[in-house]
Design a protein around this ligand. Structure first.
Ligand code: ASP
Length: 327
């Protein structure tokens, strides 16, 4: 039976947990392709305490299906969860009361699809997959994305729950726009998975920052910012203040750093430190997770409080991610 455990997620413990085969910081393994013989089997990694999502993805992989099917099935769980206030149905609205959704998906061949500023559709990740598979495009936005979703058989739904509407009414009294770091139930989900053939895919889906300006699009639907996969190397996902991730194209950066020989943790740390060096970072959170082709994972964040779910060898672990600021 699988179990959930919790442990620290520092550099050392990562090495301890994944054993040998980490690519050291000092090594210059340019364009390194990690052989699948080093694989640790099917693997799922996702942002925050998304254990139900990981388990859903895990059972898809156990049934021999692809990493692409797994990440889609996995992130659909929080998309449909009314209690999840940062993703899909139940997500917090923009400052005009509209729930607007961003999502993207990428497979092992480098195919990708994305939707942004999508309204009234509960599962933006599945629309993003349709964009990837049924159109010659990568991104569809707003009304066009919505009309495309309807044409593909998705149903119009009201995504603004009573709880979110009430909170928004209360927020309007002061109308102060101030993103909250590690907000409770902060579950923008980025997920990476490796299937039994050793192939990797990724997905990312969110309702974005609560009370954002209407039309605001974050990092989550932008390939290379909120998520990126290169099946030769590995993948990365981001969560937190999307603007900071967009300015540094963070997930692409993490994967390219792994290509140059960094371990997943070192690559995430370097990407965080780029933000720390060049942007105002004190009052925002950004967290990265990375998974390489050998099934080794790592993460790093600006602020304390970021965690992730890691599933491998039939264990599901909730892991605290190390951070630049320790308090
Ligand atoms: N990255 C998301 C965005 O900026 C939000 C988040 O992860 O909290 O839309």
């Amino acid at each position: 039976m699988s179990k959930i455990t919790r442990r620290n997620f520092l550099g050392k413990s990562v090495q301890a947990s994944v054993g040998v085969g980490l690519i050291g910081v000092g090594q210059t393994a340019c364009s390194q392709t990690i052989s699948s013989t080093e694989s640790k089997g099917i693997t799922v990694l996702s942002t925050w305490n998304n254990h139900k999502a990981n388990k859903a993805a895990w059972s898809v992989l156990q049934n021999g299906k692809s990493a692409l099917d797994a990440v889609e099935a996995g992130v659909r769980v929080p998309e449909a969860d009314i209690e999840d206030r940062s993703v899909g149905y139940g997500g917090r609205p923009d400052r005009d009361g509209n729930v607007t959704l961003d999502a993207c998906i990428m497979d092992e061949k480098g195919n990708c699809g994305s939707v942004c500023f999508l309204q009234h559709i509960k599962h933006p990740i599945s629309v993003a997959r349709k964009v990837m598979e049924e159109t010659p495009h990568v991104i569809l936005a707003g009304e066009g994305a919505y009309q495309f979703a309807l044409s593909q058989g998705f149903k119009k739904e009201n995504l603004l729950t009573e709880k979110s509407r009430q909170e928004w009414e209360e927020w309007k009294v002061k109308s102060k726009y101030q993103p909250i770091i590690n907000i409770e139930q902060h579950d923008t989900i980025g997920m990476l998975a490796i299937d039994q053939n050793g192939n990797m895919s990724g997905a990312c889906t969110t309702s974005g920052l609560a009370y954002k300006l209407q039309g605001r699009v974050g990092d989550s639907p932008i390939i290379g910012a909120g998520m990126f996969v290169d099946n030769e190397i590995g993948g990365a996902v981001a969560t937190g203040m999307g603007e900071a991730v967009l300015r540094s194209l963070g997930s692409f950066l993490v994967v390219e750093l792994m290509r140059q020989g960094r371990s997943p943790m070192e690559a995430c740390k370097e990407a965080v430190m780029r933000i720390v060096k060049k942007q105002k970072y004190q009052d925002i959170q950004v967290g990265y997770l990375a998974l390489n082709k050998a099934g080794e994972y790592g993460g790093f964040a600006i602020q304390k409080g970021f965690n992730c779910m890691f599933s491998q060898q039939n264990e599901h672990q909730l892991i605290d991610v190390d951070s630049h600021l320790k308090k």
